[in-house]
Ligand binder design. Structure first.
Ligand SMILES: [Mg+2]
Ligand SMILES: [Zn+2]
Length: 184
């Protein structure tokens, strides 16, 4: 693959790290799912630009602040680099679900922001998520949705039937999804 040819967008909670009903509020609560760091490393080493797009309404709810979120993302970045990978950018929505912002998935503002800031097109790129919101954002942005069964993924898979226009491959976890993407 030629340089800069492909970007892959990952949801964070439930895809890269274990999700929590109580929100991931600090770096100690941010625990990677087995294999996810290796998956990011493999993608990076095969010349994929890996970026993250994540809803973080816990900010608006006051469960954590920007400083804590930055520390969480520093941990994510460091662990990815220790595994031999690279996360090029992390885009997050800080708003409440009812704020009617343009960035909270299933809206596509985070994806548009990524395109603008990185000077790339995400059309036909993969977006890997565990929630219906992720898959809907991907489809709305002409991206290819991929579902993982980690996080909310099993529930999403059960409720998915007939709700997406685009065929959605489903994998047990990010590592399996990444292996499939790399074999495509
Ligand atoms: Mg998620
Ligand atoms: Zn937002």
């Amino acid at each position: 693959m030629s340089k800069g040819a492909a970007t892959i967008v990952l949801d964070r909670d439930g895809v890269i790290n274990h999700d929590s009903d109580n929100y991931v509020k600090n770096e100690d609560e941010w625990i990677p799912i087995t294999g996810s760091m290796d998956a990011i490393a493999k993608l990076h080493q095969k010349e994929y630009q890996v970026i993250v797009a994540t809803n973080q309404s816990g900010l608006a709810r006051g469960y954590f602040d920007e400083v804590a979120l930055a520390a969480i993302h520093q941990k994510l970045n460091l662990m990815a680099e220790e595994a031999g990978g690279l996360v090029s950018a992390i885009f997050y929505c800080p708003h409440l679900p009812d704020a009617n912002c343009q960035c909270r998935k299933p809206k596509t503002g985070l994806l548009k922001q990524a395109e603008n800031e990185l000077g790339i097109s995400l059309a036909n790129s993969y977006l890997i998520g565990d929630s219906l919101k992720d898959l809907q954002a991907a489809v709305a942005f002409q991206m290819k949705p991929v579902l993982v069964r980690t996080g909310k993924g099993r529930d999403t898979e059960l409720s998915l039937k007939g709700r997406l226009k685009v065929e959605t491959p489903v994998f047990d976890n990010l590592e399996a999804a990444a292996d499939w993407v790399l074999a495509e």
